[in-house]
Design a protein around this ligand. Structure first.
Ligand SMILES: [Zn+2]
Length: 285
């Protein structure tokens, strides 16, 4: 979830939950495209969704918004895949801009929803954990079929994804890792959940217990991760829109292979988090 600075400031100053301000490209249709190996982008212009294809069915990661679900479905079909072949649904985190479309996608595909334990209550309750009464941040409730923990794997023939808990942004924030082969090389892919502060209260009253410890554990973990192809639920992360345009213009190189991008990106998020925490603590917020 991304907020305009003025909204974040207003939120920080008043400590009353501000309604989420959707960005204009969140529900804007986008052309689907091939990322690498068996991975396709099927999201909207602003919100990522990824299809991992296999010989016995596919895995869809993220549902974007309730409105975005129809865009994802059209994109899957446009690529020549069948909705009914989507067997597993995954989520980066239980915020309405990434989980809001899951209920429709689950109904239309018949897929099983697999989710990290920390996000199950929010997914099934249709709320933003710690801001349960904020209607603007709610999502259609969706039943979780399999509850997973850090390090668990999700597989279908030709697909294996590893769930890396990177909590803080949400309690079950999950960065999904996979290996893909392309042009005789194997790459480490990570669909990084997020670790922005966004709407979260990181000083008392905390968004949820242990949120600060969770963010710090996430930053400790990301430092150990090797990522060749960084992807994300927001297209402004890792310059994904520019990479898409570059891929279209030049078929000879794959711009999504960008091994230098992940560490500086997460280092900046860590610095932002610690700065925000210091400022809010100093203000007694
Ligand atoms: Zn979010």
């Amino acid at each position: 979830m991304k907020f305009l600075t003025s909204i974040s400031l207003a939120f920080a100053l008043t400590m009353t939950p501000a309604p989420a301000l959707a960005q204009s490209n969140w529900n804007q249709p986008a052309e689907p495209y091939h990322v690498a190996g068996n991975i396709y982008y099927v999201g909207t212009e602003g919100l990522g969704a990824y299809l991992f294809t296999g010989s016995s069915g596919h895995v869809l990661l993220d549902g974007t918004t309730p409105e975005g679900a129809a865009i994802i479905e059209a994109n899957i079909t446009k690529l020549g895949f069948k909705l009914g072949d989507v067997k597993i649904l995954l989520n980066s985190h239980a915020h309405f801009d990434h989980s809001g479309g899951l209920a429709k996608l689950k109904a239309d595909t018949g897929a099983q929803l697999v989710a990290m334990e920390g996000d199950v209550s929010a997914l099934e309750g249709g709320f933003y954990l710690g801001s349960e009464d904020v209607k603007a941040m709610s999502a259609p409730p969706v039943k979780v079929d399999r509850i997973i923990k850090d390090g668990d794997k999700v597989s279908l023939e030709g697909i294996e994804l590893t769930a890396n808990l990177t909590a803080g942004h949400s309690r079950g924030c999950t960065s999904w890792g996979a290996k893909v082969s392309e042009g005789g090389k194997t790459y480490d892919v990570l669909v990084f959940c997020s670790a922005t502060v966004a709407a979260n209260r990181i000083t008392p009253p905390l968004q949820y217990e242990d949120i600060v410890e969770d963010y710090r554990a996430t930053f400790a973990k990301t430092k150990t991760m090797k990522v060749d192809i960084p992807l994300a639920p927001h297209t402004e992360f890792f310059g994904l829109l520019a990479k898409r345009d570059q891929a279209k213009a030049d078929k000879a190189v794959n711009p999504f292979v960008d091994p230098g991008a992940f560490q500086p990106f997460t280092a900046k998020l860590e610095a932002d988090f610690e700065k925000t925490l210091r400022e809010r603590t100093a203000k007694g917020q």
